[in-house]
Design a protein around this ligand. Structure first.
Ligand SMILES: Cc1cc2nc3c(=O)[nH]c(=O)nc-3n(C[C@H](O)[C@H](O)[C@H](O)COP(=O)(O)O)c2cc1C
Length: 377
């Protein structure tokens, strides 16, 4: 079959799109990417360059997972948004993205049981829906293995506090200048530990039925919508993922239940991870599709997971998505939209430096197309 997009003449990814009141000039979104370079949870000046390198006029960027509170931490050097210091530290980063015409959402996150006592206040146990401990998991290049502590299930009386932490983090994101927030409801972290029946073993009103398991995530959505307005709220979901031992017996029912419930709040977008993604980076054959969720959801639908230029164009061209988020290719190609426009070759990504703490190497040193043209042959 001929690839109609290969010559660069038809590139649905490069067509404009209106998301709420915001005008996007193209549909290539920067996916949220944890980089663990925010020392002591404070966003650093080197992130100014990193994000502005990936900014285009009218492009949408989603910032890396950002902790809503000290208990939200699951890895080292993740940025936070619970203190004034964090708000001030984010501001120059957000300003740099805006100065180049980008639209910038912050992903707000709680790791739940994907944590260890060393990241928790007073060395306490991490919190979750359950007390089921996560087994050690490979990370990055696969040679690194993370271990996790046995979690403590949240009592029903503590849940309002967690909801409030999400609300305050959303408020802080807006104070830092972000255009909105993406609630992290994907990939096995706290909100998914409630949604998915292979992890959630509660017997109270936050466990058992689908409605009960989705209650906490939807209460978070409601609180954040009330705080900053539905037009500034997106959510990320991965109903099919089994990442971090967080699977569900009926992912399609879960995905459909969530998008239908989200419609009631009128949020800006739903960002879903493709069922073909077995882990964060491993793509498999898969009979399932996100089309039922795309059809049921009233707002903007963003897809992510294993996309390249060709199937991103197909997803937009066939109306299976409004926008496509790119993770690893955007990490290693700061000018990804331009490369897609020109159908230019891509830099390979180096998974050895995904989570290392160097402020330059594997972070802001991936070359632009122009650099290649300028370098001697
Ligand atoms: C280094 C790295 C960090 C990531 N951090 C996050 C994150 O903070 N939040 C999130 O929702 N997903 C995160 N992901 C998942 C990506 O957003 C994306 O869904 C995944 O890489 C699949 O898309 P891709 O095939 O385009 O890379 C991360 C992935 C990688 C490789």
């Amino acid at each position: 079959m001929t690839d109609i997009y290969a010559m660069g003449s038809v590139t649905p990814l490069l067509t404009p799109y209106k998301i709420g009141n915001l005008d996007l000039s193209h549909r290539v979104v920067l996916a949220p990417l944890t980089r663990q370079r925010s020392y002591n949870n404070v966003p650093q000046p080197h992130a100014v360059l990193y994000y502005s390198q990936r900014t285009t006029n009218g492009g949408l960027l989603i910032a890396e997972a950002t902790c809503i509170s000290p208990t939200a931490r699951g890895y080292g050097d993740i940025p936070g948004l619970w203190s004034e210091e964090h708000v001030h530290a984010w501001k120059p980063i957000v300003d740099a993205v805006h100065a180049k015409g980008g639209i910038f959402f912050c992903q707000i996150w709680h790791a739940g049981r994907v944590s260890n006592t060393c990241y928790q206040p007073n060395g306490e146990a991490p919190v979750s829906s359950t007390d089921k401990q996560l087994s050690p998991q490979p990370r990055g290049s696969g040679t690194e293995v993370n271990t996790f502590a046995k979690p403590r299930p949240l009592s029903i009386h503590e849940i309002p506090q967690l909801i409030n932490d999400f609300r305050l983090a959303a408020r802080n994101a807006i104070r830092a200048g972000f255009d909105g927030v993406e609630i992290h409801g994907a990939y096995g972290y706290l909100l998914e530990q409630f949604m998915k029946d292979k992890v959630n073993d509660r017997t109270d009103e936050y466990g058992g039925s689908l409605e009960n398991r989705c209650r906490f995530p939807l209460e978070v959505v409601e609180a954040v919508v009330n705080e900053i307005g539905a037009e500034r709220v997106g959510i990320r979901l991965s109903p099919y993922a089994e990442y971090l031992d967080c699977g569900d017996s009926n992912p399609e029912a879960l995905g459909l239940y969530m998008v239908n419930a989200l419609n009631k709040y009128g949020i800006l977008y739903c960002h879903m991870v493709e069922p073909r993604m077995i882990t964060v980076g491993e793509k498999g054959e898969c009979p399932h599709s996100l089309v039922p969720m795309r059809k049921a959801f009233n707002g903007t639908f963003i897809v992510a997971g294993g996309y390249d230029r060709e199937d991103g164009n197909k997803a937009i061209g066939e109306d299976r998505a409004d926008l496509v988020a790119y993770g690893r290719w955007f990490l290693s190609n700061p000018d990804l939209p331009k490369r897609f426009a020109l159908n230019a070759p891509l830099n390979e990504y180096n998974c050895q430096t995904f989570y290392t703490s160097d402020p330059v190497i594997g972070y802001t040193d991936y070359p632009f197309l122009d650099d290649a043209a300028a370098s001697p042959m």
